[in-house]
Write a protein that binds this ligand. Structure first.
Ligand SMILES: Cc1cc2nc3c(=O)[nH]c(=O)nc-3n(C[C@H](O)[C@H](O)[C@H](O)COP(=O)(O)OP(=O)(O)OC[C@H]3O[C@@H](n4cnc5c(N)ncnc54)[C@H](O)[C@@H]3O)c2cc1C
Length: 538
């Protein structure tokens, strides 16, 4: 079968150039595959992209980069870049987050905690706020280190490939057994086994919520271990020039190595022939064929929009129905990207940290607009904006329904009203912020849906009931032969380093299926049906 683009059948047709899709593409090209990445937008990166306005460079979403350290195996962004011959200069962040948390009887001024890059400094700071819980704090984060150290000692590839799993088990049996012992646990349960203070447990909740958008009791321990320790091990490092430099370098390296990326390439349909995915159809009618099709779009976009429109009305696979029972869409965000200036030599962000989280009322933490996130990346990289100014990004979770059914005028009015309220709340931490604004652009869940091409602008899947740790989360293969998913709709979930991990896993599984790297094809199907039985049962 021939592609109508250039007469060839690719080894892989990848839908989307988010960090999940780009990493998969990079690892496939590194192993001699022919790959085309089809991106609907005009630049690569999706949620990890960036844009420029009036001399300010803004990160679309993410500014807090894990996985850019120098050693171990979990520095996956560094490794993904290396796979296409790239390396980026980064600026180490001395803190991950400065939390500004509610007033309580124990903390009448509000609970202020900085998560220092230095682990002992962080534990000392947190223990100084909860001296009676020092032991519990040390034990909880100590368990996170057990998870992290185990992950950080094995090569991270596809957990759907028994040959690789067996090799890792032989090399690192203790690490593998440790990981297996935490696979079904959630951070909240582990925290509660060591910690009794309810305010401290709320702190563990916000520690999870700020990247998983769910509380600790629904956050898998494997993810918690990765996030809570890499920030001290590899550290949080900001790429000079902006987060978008990462996907741009990946895309450039990919093309230098023979991969193809097409922008403004809107995939409308995944082609299925004799039950197997074998290509895609673009909005302009072109068809591009591949031995495998890899979707970096969300599972909902993949299975409900691109697959359901196949002429043979391909039925929703059972595993997808099961996924939809266990996981739901997380909210999207309201984002305010601002350029701010120093007024009369006073800056609202003088002597502060790059990342802040503000919660005024624990009972409203999960409500729409209840938690405020702030990133000021120009404090680490002044090249992002003109001298005497800063880049200030404030964002907060919100649902698309709160922004639907509005006239154009109502929509604009609501944007102004909501952004004013957020700015008012930010004044308590950044006095003078409102006055210092030179430029402001407000995005809503509708903006996220439109520009990031994510259904309802969602941040990704969140458990709809208490999960068994990671056991229910799908990996990269799907029940449609030839079709794979990569990105935050797959193990291990949201976050740039996490989706890069899913890219390493996806590429490895695809390479096995294409016969480019050794695998145990006989054990494969038995192992994977066992995996899917477990996944569907939990
Ligand atoms: C506001 C915000 C703040 C965040 N902060 C952080 C942070 O500080 N640190 C962190 O690690 N993570 C953060 N994240 C999360 C992180 O950015 C994402 O989890 C990650 O980038 C998702 O990558 P992905 O590859 O799964 O998908 P995406 O980035 O969504 O990429 C998917 C790509 O597929 C394309 N696409 C979709 N459908 C089609 C189609 N039909 N045809 C062609 N192309 C298509 C899209 O245009 C997009 O480019 C943040 C996210 C947001 C929204």
């Amino acid at each position: 079968m021939a592609s109508q683009v250039d007469g060839k059948e690719y080894d892989a047709v990848i839908i989307g150039s988010g960090m999940g899709g780009l990493t998969t593409a990079a690892k496939l090209v590194e192993n001699g595959c022919s790959v085309i990445v089809l991106e609907k937008y005009i630049i690569p990166g999706g949620s990890a992209g960036h844009f420029e306005r009036n001399g300010f460079v803004f990160d679309v979403g993410s500014s807090m980069m894990f996985g850019m350290g120098e050693s171990g195996t979990t520095n996956l962004i560094t490794k993904a870049l290396e796979s296409v011959g790239k390396r980026l200069e980064t600026v180490p962040d001395p803190t991950q987050i400065h939390y500004h948390l509610p007033i309580s009887s124990a903390h009448p001024e509000g609970l202020e905690v900085k998560v220092w890059r230095d682990y002992d400094a962080f534990i000392d700071e947190l223990s100084s706020k909860f001296p009676h819980e020092r032991e519990g704090i040390t034990k909880f984060y100590g368990d996170c280190w057990k998870v992290f150290n185990s992950l950080n000692s094995i090569e991270l590839k596809s957990l759907e490939e028994p040959r690789y799993l067996m090799q890792q088990f032989v090399k690192e049996p203790i690490s593998c057994l440790t990981l297996a012992s935490f696979l079904a646990s959630n951070a909240g349960d582990v925290a509660r086994s060591y910690i009794k203070d309810e305010e401290l447990l709320k702190f563990i909740d916000i520690e999870c919520y700020c990247w998983s958008t769910v509380l600790a009791e629904t956050t898998p321990m494997i993810n918690a271990g990765m996030v809570f320790c890499d920030r001290h091990y590899g550290g949080i490092n900001y790429p000079v020039g902006g987060v978008g430099m990462i996907p741009e370098a990946m895309a450039q390296g990919l093309e230098e190595r023979g991969g193809t990326i097409e922008y403004k390439a809107n995939v409308k349909r995944i082609l299925v022939e004799d039950g197997s995915a074998n290509g895609v159809e673009l909005a302009d009618g072109r068809r591009i064929y591949g031995k495998t099709v890899i979707s970096n779009a969300t599972r909902w976009d993949t299975f409900e929009k691109m697959l359901s429109k196949a002429p043979n009305e391909y039925a929703m696979p059972k595993s997808e129905t099961s996924f939809r029972q266990k996981y739901k869409k997380s909210p999207s965000f309201v984002s305010i990207h601002m350029g701010i200036k120093t007024i009369d030599s006073v800056s609202p962000v003088l002597d502060t940290d790059c990342h802040h989280i503000i919660v005024e009322d624990w009972t409203k933490m999960e409500d729409p607009l209840g938690t405020l996130f702030v990133s000021i990346p120009s404090l680490l990289d002044p090249s992002l904006c003109p001298e005497g100014t800063q880049v200030f990004h404030a964002f907060s979770p919100d649902w698309i329904d709160n922004w639907s059914n509005l006239s154009a005028e109502e929509y604009e009015k609501k944007k102004e009203q909501v952004s004013d309220e957020i700015l008012q709340r930010l004044e308590s931490v950044f006095p003078g912020l409102k006055e210092s604004i030179m430029f402001k652009e407000v995005g809503t869940p509708r903006t996220h849906r439109r520009f990031l091409n994510r259904i309802d602008g969602t941040y990704g899947p969140i458990p709809s009931r208490k999960p068994y740790g990671m056991l229910g989360m799908p990996f990269n293969t799907t029940q449609v032969p030839g079709l794979y998913c990569v990105g935050d709709s797959t193990f291990p979930g949201q976050g740039v380093n996490a989706v890069v991990f899913s890219g390493f896993g996806c590429a490895h599984r695809v390479l096995c299926d294409l016969g480019k790297v050794p695998s145990w094809s006989i054990a494969d199907s038995a192992f994977n049906s066992l995996l899917s039985t477990v996944r569907n049962a939990v």
